[in-house]
Design a protein around this ligand. Structure first.
Ligand code: HEC
Ligand code: HEC
Length: 319
């Protein structure tokens, strides 16, 4: 019996060691994807368009601002994109990158490398990015605008720490994480007007409305709910306990949050900024969206499939 136990113990030990080696060897798996045909422009109209995207609908500023600027961001102010915000997740701590032209930022990356990261979810070193950003189907024209603005900003020196993955994070990186790329054909340019078609493009491929207002598996990011039916739950730890906020249903159903809202009411709501403290919605950047952009999104939301889904409203005390 003792001998048997000794052998099983040894086999288990070898298996665990083997698994550990496989996990470590697979930490930096490399992936291939084409480099988009995108290069920065110095045209002032293109740079201005990029700035609108970065501080508005595409809300790069929300995640790539330095720590301690949350208040300014939530008021829609222009902050340096020096990065370093911490995302404390079940897989470890991730840091947003410095997006200014300094060499501690995007200074050493080519335009095509930045574009490939946004479209195909692949870092400059070939490894897969975690899918935080919804720009896989963003048009060539808008990627050019964003990158042109990034190149144009003042450089800020800010060394960002490497991500700190825990064991779960290492397992996810070894076995689950794959780069997320575009669905179907990516448009070269999208006509900017107040149509539902443009609203759909903004909501799905620029502003990430779909990414938050659809239920998802928090570990893999996969969509599990019906589009725009809400139900994605965010936990908010505070000194007085943990609260949660759940994204509302935006479909035109009786249980939808904006059902019955006029277009003007919808636009006015966006001009107000955050009303729920600690809301994850980037209200500050979104308050800078133009009336036309908001009209387009409003028109689009009237066209999505109505889904019956009652969602708790406001902060809910968890524990
Ligand atoms: C919801 C938060 C969020 C938003 C919005 C966001 N980012 Fe990021 N971004 C991150 C995080 C987190 C990482 C690091 C992810 C990783 O390394 O897996 C990152 C990484 C990057 C990278 C680094 C790729 C590399 O090679 O390491 C670039 C470039 C980038 N973001 C550009 C942008 C631009 C441009 C925008 C706006 C158009 C934007 N991001 C909007 C959170 C965000
Ligand atoms: C990062 C996640 C996130 C993104 C991106 C996001 N939302 Fe939200 N949204 C939330 C959360 C959480 C709430 C509930 C808390 C609140 O009202 O701020 C919410 C609330 C709302 C509300 C209800 C506001 C109210 O006063 O009751 C509307 C309308 C809305 N979102 C529309 C949108 C639209 C349109 C977009 C894209 C332009 C969008 N959201 C993008 C997370 C998000």
């Amino acid at each position: 019996m003792r001998k048997f136990l000794k052998w099983t113990g040894l086999v288990i030990l070898v298996l665990i060691l083997g698994l550990y080696v496989v996990v470590i060897l697979n930490q930096n798996k490399k992936y291939e994807a084409p480099y988009p045909n995108v290069s920065a422009s110095t045209d002032s109209a293109v740079i201005a368009r990029g700035k609108n995207l970065v501080f508005g609908s595409a809300h790069c500023a929300n995640c790539h601002s330095p720590k301690g600027m949350e208040e300014k961001v939530s008021q829609g102010e222009e902050v340096p994109l020096a990065g370093g915000q911490e995302f404390d997740l079940p897989i470890g701590i991730l840091y947003s990158k410095n997006l200014t032209p300094d060499e501690t930022g995007i200074g050493k990356l080519s335009d095509a490398t930045i574009a490939r990261a946004l479209r195909y979810g692949i870092r400059s070193d070939g490894t897969a990015l975690f899918d935080f950003m919804p720009f896989h189907n963003t048009s060539d024209e808008d990627l050019v605008a964003v990158i042109s603005y990034l190149r144009h900003q003042p450089a800020v020196k800010n060394i960002i720490p490497d991500h700190n993955f825990n064991l779960l994070g290492k397992l996810v990186r070894a076995f689950i994480l794959k780069p997320v790329g575009p669905v179907g054909t990516v448009p070269v340019a999208v006509k900017r007007d107040t149509s539902a078609a443009y609203g759909k493009y903004l909501a799905n491929s620029v502003a990430n409305c779909r990414g938050c207002h659809t239920n998802r598996d928090m570990m893999t990011g996969a969509f599990t709910g019906e589009d725009y039916a809400g139900g994605l739950k965010f936990e908010i730890p505070t000194d007085s306990g943990t609260y949660s906020l759940t994204t509302p249903n935006l479909t035109p159903h009786a249980t939808g949050r904006i059902t019955g809202w006029s277009q003007q009411h919808f636009i006015s709501r966006f001009r107000m900024g955050p009303l729920v403290k600690n809301s994850h919605m980037p209200w500050g950047p979104f308050s800078r969206m133009s009336d036309d952009e908001l009209k387009a999104i409003y028109h689009f939301l009237q066209t999505v499939k109505p889904v019956n889904n009652t969602v708790p409203h406001g902060l809910v005390k968890e524990k």
